[in-house]
Design a protein around this ligand. Sequence first.
Ligand SMILES: NC(=O)c1ccc[n+]([C@@H]2O[C@H](COP(=O)([O-])OP(=O)(O)OC[C@H]3O[C@@H](n4cnc5c(N)ncnc54)[C@H](OP(=O)(O)O)[C@@H]3O)[C@@H](O)[C@H]2O)c1
Length: 245
Amino acid sequence: MTKDKVIIMTGASSGIGEETALLLSQKGAKLVLAARREDKLKELAQKIHDQGGEAIYKTTDVTSSEEMDALAKYAYDTYGKIDVIVNNAGLMPLSLLHKRKIKEWDQMIDVNIKGVLYGVGAVLPYMREMKSGHIINISSVAGHEIAPGSSVYSATKFAVRAITEGLRMEESVSNNIRATIISPGAVSTALTETITDEDVKPSIDDVYNGAIKADSIARTIAFAIEEPEDVAVNEIIIRPTNQEW
Ligand SMILES: NC(=O)c1ccc[n+]([C@@H]2O[C@H](COP(=O)([O-])OP(=O)(O)OC[C@H]3O[C@@H](n4cnc5c(N)ncnc54)[C@H](OP(=O)(O)O)[C@@H]3O)[C@@H](O)[C@H]2O)c1
C-alpha cells in the first residue's frame, strides 16, 4: 500500500524523481521533495496540491550529511514517521579517463555515492526505531556493465548496489527495513546534459535516441513500494527493449 506513506524523494526537481513523486502522490503518499532548485520543487509541490495530493519540500544538497539529516528531521517533524526514502539524485558527466575531468569525477562520487550514503544514514535512526521502512536506491544498467567513458559513473553505480546489498543484509532481518536497487537503462531526462566530453557524447546520444520515458521507472518504483511489508523487491533492471548494452 502506498496510501499515507511518507516518502522522501531526492532529485525531485527533474526527470525520474519528479515523475515518481507525481505518481506516488496520485496513489495517496505524502511526499517530501528534495533537490537544490527551489523554484522547481515549489512548482512540483503546487502541482501535487492542485491534483489533490500532499507534498512538502526542502532545498537540500545531498552532498551535505547535515542537510540530509535536516531533511529527514523535517519529514519526521511534519508527519511523525518516515516510511520510504528514494535516493535518486545523481549526475552522469561521462568522459574518457585520460581527459582528467577530475572535478566531474569528484562530483559523481560526492552526489552518486556519498549522497546515497548520507540518505541512508539520515533515515536509519527513524526506521530502526519504528522497526519498519524502505530504502530505494537508484543505480543503473551502468552499475552492472562498463563501457568506455563510463568508468567513474559505473564505479559510483556499482557502489550504490554494494551499499544497498550491505544495507539489506544488516537491516532487513533485524529491523524489518526493506532495501531496493532500481537499475534503469536509457531514460529520457536531463541526465545526459552534464556530459562535456565531445568524444563520448555522440555514442551516448545514439543510445538515448531509443530512450524510454521516466513514467516507466516511476511505475517500477511504485511496484516495489506497493508490495506487502513482508515482501522485499531487492533489485530490478529496466531498460528499453531496443537497448543491447
Ligand atoms: N536517465 C537515465 O537514463 C538514467 C539511467 C540510469 C540511472 N539513472 C539515475 O536516475 C537518477 C535520476 O536521474 P534523471 O535521469 O532523472 O536525471 P535528471 O533529470 O538530470 O535529474 C537529476 C536530479 O538530481 C538532482 N541533483 C543533482 N545533484 C544534486 C545535489 N548535489 N543535491 C541534490 N540533488 C541533486 C537534480 O536536482 P537539482 O539540480 O535541482 O539539485 C535533479 O533533480 C540518477 O541517479 C541517475 O544516475 C538515470
